[in-house]
Design a protein around this ligand. Structure first.
Ligand SMILES: NC(=O)c1ccc[n+]([C@@H]2O[C@H](COP(=O)([O-])OP(=O)(O)OC[C@H]3O[C@@H](n4cnc5c(N)ncnc54)[C@H](OP(=O)(O)O)[C@@H]3O)[C@@H](O)[C@H]2O)c1
Length: 256
């Protein structure tokens, strides 16, 4: 396949772990320059050193909590000052927090998910998308989830945020009608990252969720994101939903 990502400039949020880290490596392998954001700066710096050692690409990292509008604004301003415009924004930062039925839900968990998955995505997009419209070029790739297509027990507020991400992907796309700015989502099923440890705050319980079948790896999702970004400019993948072969819905997982 033709590599159209060489020398492109990619901003990935939530790049300190899981999908975001793998997405950063996968774009770097195509020769793309990177802007990597997350709260854990030490992790970003380790990834920056690793990528810069193994490839010729430029990597910039910034400590950003996407829930904080001022931080997002300042970090975006730093990115937009560079010589190259942002070609691809990957809105990946996100999390599930807690796993309770709605009537027992922790309101702080709800706030965290809504502030990160929904408002954080909006804050970042609001900073970067205008520059794409102005250039009549660029690509926003939102990381949604199968949780944005199917409700599952105790998924409640996480489901709601990912349904909202799906709605926003569609909304962004229709608002970009008449421009060359592409809007896509990559929507994974069960993947073994730090996601379930963060959600359950219990490593042992989290690991059990991935027993008896082959979940997605972060690299599988990164491959999908690179595929979506690498299509020719006249092609827009609107949604790419991928699950483990053993998973047919959030609750249907064939465990041997
Ligand atoms: N794993 C799955 O099964 C799965 C399936 C479908 C969709 N997803 C979605 O995929 C995305 C990535 O999840 P993952 O599986 O890679 O989980 P992960 O391994 O826990 O990584 C989550 C990333 O998001 C970052 N993040 C969280 N809150 C943030 C904030 N307030 N500001 C900036 N960055 C923040 C984390 O960095 P810091 O903690 O350093 O800030 C981390 O880099 C999420 O949107 C998630 O909802 C996951």
């Amino acid at each position: 396949m033709t590599n159209r990502l060489q020398n492109k400039h990619i901003l990935v949020t939530g790049a300190s772990a899981g999908f975001g880290e793998a997405i950063a490596r996968a774009f770097a392998a195509q020769g793309a320059h990177l802007e990597l954001w997350a709260r854990r700066l030490d992790r970003l710096q380790a990834l920056e050193a690793e990528i810069e050692k193994s490839s010729q690409v430029e990597v910039n990292v910034q400590q950003v909590d996407v829930r904080d509008r001022d931080q997002v604004h300042a970090a975006a301003a730093a990115v937009l000052k560079r010589d190259r415009p942002v070609d691809v924004l990957v809105n990946n930062a996100g999390l599930a927090s807690g796993f309770d039925p709605i009537h027992e839900g922790n309101v702080d968990d709800w706030e965290t998910m809504i502030d990160t998955n929904l408002k954080g995505l909006l804050y970042v997009t609001r900073e970067i998308l205008p520059t794409m419209v102005a250039r009549n070029a660029g690509h926003v790739i939102n990381i949604g989830s199968v949780a944005g297509y199917w409700i599952y027990p105790k998924g409640n507020v996480y489901n709601a945020t990912k349904y909202a991400v799906r709605a926003l992907t569609e909304a962004m796309s229709v608002d970009m009608f008449g421009t060359n700015v592409r809007i896509s989502s990559v929507d994974p099923g069960a993947a073994n990252t730090e996601f379930s440890q963060v959600r359950l705050r219990d490593v042992e319980r989290a690991n059990k969720l991935y027993e008896g079948y082959q979940p997605l790896k972060a690299e599988d999702v990164a491959d999908a994101v690179v595929y979506v970004a690498n299509t020719p400019p006249h092609v827009m993948i609107t949604k790419l939903v991928l699950t483990p072969t053993a998973q047919r819905s959030p609750t249907m997982i064939d465990r041997k």
